[in-house]
Design a protein around this ligand. Sequence first.
Ligand code: K7E
Ligand code: CUA
Length: 653
Amino acid sequence: MKKTLKITVALVAVLAGLTSCNNSEKSKGRSGALASNVAEKVYVAPGEHDSHYAFISGGYSGNLTVYGLPSGRMFKEIPVFSQFPTNGYGYSEETKPMLETSFGFVPWDDSHHPDISQTNGKLDGRWIFINGNNTPRIARISLTTFETEEIIEVPNSAGNHSSSFITENTEYVVAGTRFSVPVPQRDMPIKDYKGNFKGALTFIAVDPEHGHMDIKFQILMPGFNYDLSHPGRGKSHGWFFFTTYNTEEASTLLEVNASQNDKDFIAAINWKKIEAYVNNGGGKMMPAEYTHNLHDEATHTATSTMKKEVRVVDPAEIPGAIYLLPTPKSPHGCDVDPSGEYIVGNGKLSANLTVHSFTKMLDAIEKKKFDGDAYGIPILRFEDVLAGSVEQPGLGPLHTEFDGKGNAYTTFFISSEVVKWKLGTWEVLDRKPTYYSVGHLTIPGGNSREPFGKYMFAMNKITKDRYLPTGPEMEHSAQLYDISGDKMELLLDFPTHGEPHYAAAIPAEIIKNNSKKIYRLAENKHPRKATIDADTKVVRDGKNVHVYMTTIRSHFSPDNIEGVKVGDKVFFHVTNLEQDFDVPHGFAMIGANNAELLISPGQTRTLTWEPKKVGVWPFYCTDFCSALHQEMQGYVRVSPADSNIELSWSLGD
Ligand code: K7E
Ligand code: CUA
């Protein structure tokens, strides 16, 4: 026991030491991206389009960024869990409800794993989902508007990390807790963790037509850490797999105490069985508070609803639905190949990469070959479920993706490389260095039944000497590889924004023709819209002043407003009358304690301003929209609180 501890401490120390990488020598070799013909492979001529979209998670930015492949050009940052002054998301009255939670307004999160909706196991390009890790939430973003449409909070969860992964017909988006916690939350000693804390795995049903999310059930699992997950597909459709670590159930010094067991588990969940159980009234409703926030495209307005209960299922109630597959050692990524047969457990502290067989798992279950249980959940024998292992492929495996041609690609954080190996024979076919300390990797569609195996990109944690230095902190770096040949070929480095954990990528043609160009004014149902100049007005309601305003190149209507007083709360409801693609207007008010608005064509957005000082105060358009953009401005006269100046507004004489 003492010896194990020593070895573990030594191993952890070695791993920690190795993470400070020293790969700059490798980068000096004239190969890969340094070969002269490689630039052509990533060159997208001016005016031409990239062949793929990549949606890269923002990590601690809380957002999602949109890139083109192969150029590595960033097109957009989509605000999801974080306020975004660039367009007013989370500041405008219409979007503030998106960031409501049971803890109140939470204007930030840590977003990790985007996943694109699927139909029959293929990417359908309708929506992309992403998890908020810190204050557990799942968001749905439309891939026609590229805006966040919906966020649902996940109760009984903490560190929403084994999320957000999609079943092959987008029946569910699945979210699992990394940190186990008391369920329900209560005041109790931390040292009583073991046996008392629970890990909630949450199945959120997705409405097939509109994508609306609703928690169908939560499974209250033993108090392990549920790190990553993936759905079964093809033959294993109906199952979901979660890696666990800290099966020791330690609550302190996890770097040592959660590295004791030789094997942790992959939890295999037969969700179809649990779904049937729940449809027959199984499980029980438990009081819980969580928000459901929905942005309505017609009213351009989000609402936040507090939900009061959630259906929970105790694994003991439904024998035969959950099994544990022993997996060495503190596995991180949990990846399922396109056929659904192989389940890869990327054991961070393991010398070999473990691959389980779905067929063997079913067989062992059928023959009831169990090796004890954990809190009543049967444990299968490692040898009975093992398909094979890749022997000593590298150090510190994290994640695996697939090219659809029988090959798998695994990232190794410590040895800073991507290793290509063959499913079934487990032989290593190729390895390429990454710069440096790679986390996730992405192949377009690599997380579906039909990957598009031309490109792979690695997302690296340490950038160091790859770009011009920008002070102590560098943006993270992605590296694009051509994987169409036998050997991987490094094509390009490009910077990413925030911390890119995972990314989802898809051929551009699946999405680009559906991309919305304008919001139709005729369809605008915002209750305070103004769609023609005659609708514009200023209305006083006690201390609240509502300005119904329009914008069109190149003026606001109205642009002169008088009769506002100190102590009023002014709501600028600004409708952009433009019906041309890519002509937003901005709206900014001096001294406003929030941000600007950036209003898309046909959209209505509201900025709140509480004038504090007497004077004549300007507002202006922030987006250079026409040759007369600089003329796009106006004034609000603010009088003392006791003034009797009448409310008036005008445009022109
Ligand atoms: Cu960065 Cu998927 Cu959150 Cu691994 S996780 S690296
Ligand atoms: Cu509108 Cu500048």
